[in-house]
Write a protein that binds this ligand. Structure first.
Ligand code: GTP
Ligand code: MG
Length: 209
């Protein structure tokens, strides 16, 4: 195994812990550790992807009902050095309108204003492709110059022959976006697809390159 593969393995072999849930940005811990956030529409699979990455099912709470995650939930390996931020979803959620508006404000404040936010993974359901509210978030990240990358989720729900078309359409969607990483990552938390690729990227970001 190469040194870097071993670094990646060790990072995700460690137990990861839940640090804190924040309902407002003033609840966030000090910004002295890099953070990587998972954003996306309600029910796209953000919390499931965190569990798949850290290999601990049930660490982040998931649900069939959109609107499960209601705070900025921070996770970290026991030895620190990086945090993963599970975010409430935007768009449809089974929650009262003022509540959804509160989450939406929180999401936007965090994405725009967190100095230690190194990368945002914008999760998009592979069956549906990017939607208008994904574009709103991407516009905001472009304006704030926060680096982001699109992760297609639930690839297991598509037929094999349809996957390349979805990836291509998504590549075109982000082609002219200045802060978007040009590569799209295709994932399935259920089948483990793309998880090693994401782990290696996160380990690389933690190492500072
Ligand atoms: P909110 O917190 O409500 O915004 O949702 P979320 O984006 O965190 O989604 P969550 O991880 O809770 O998953 C939503 C539903 O999608 C759950 O029923 C998951 O089991 C399902 N799901 C997540 N990832 C996958 C996947 O890769 N494949 C399949 N088939 N289902 C998935
Ligand atoms: Mg969630």
């Amino acid at each position: 195994m190469t040194d870097f593969a071993e670094t990646t393995r060790l990072l995700f072999a460690r137990p990861w812990v839940f640090l804190k849930g924040c309902v407002r940005v003033s609840d966030l811990p000090a910004d002295d550790v890099i953070e990587i956030a998972l954003a996306g529409r309600s029910n796209v699979g953000k919390s499931s992807l965190i569990n798949a990455l850290v290999g601990q099912h049930g660490l982040a709470r998931t649900s069939n009902t959109p609107g499960r995650t209601q705070e900025l939930n921070l996770f970290a390996p026991e030895t620190g050095g990086i945090r993963l931020v599970d975010m409430p979803g935007y768009g449809f959620a089974k929650a009262p309108r003022p509540t959804v508006e509160k989450w939406t404000r929180l999401i936007h404040q965090f994405l725009r204003g967190r100095p230690n936010l190194r990368r945002v993974y914008v999760l998009v359901d592979a069956r549906h492709g990017p939607k208008a509210n994904d574009a709103t978030v991407m516009n905001e990240l472009d304006t704030a110059a926060v680096s982001y990358q699109v992760v297609l989720t639930k690839a297991d729900k598509l037929r094999e022959q349809d996957l390349a078309g979805v990836v291509k359409a998504t590549e075109q969607f982000i082609a002219k976006r200045p802060a978007a990483h040009p590569e799209i990552i295709l994932t399935s938390s259920e089948k483990g697809l793309g998880i090693d690729t994401l782990r290696a990227e996160i380990a690389r970001l933690r190492e500072g390159y």
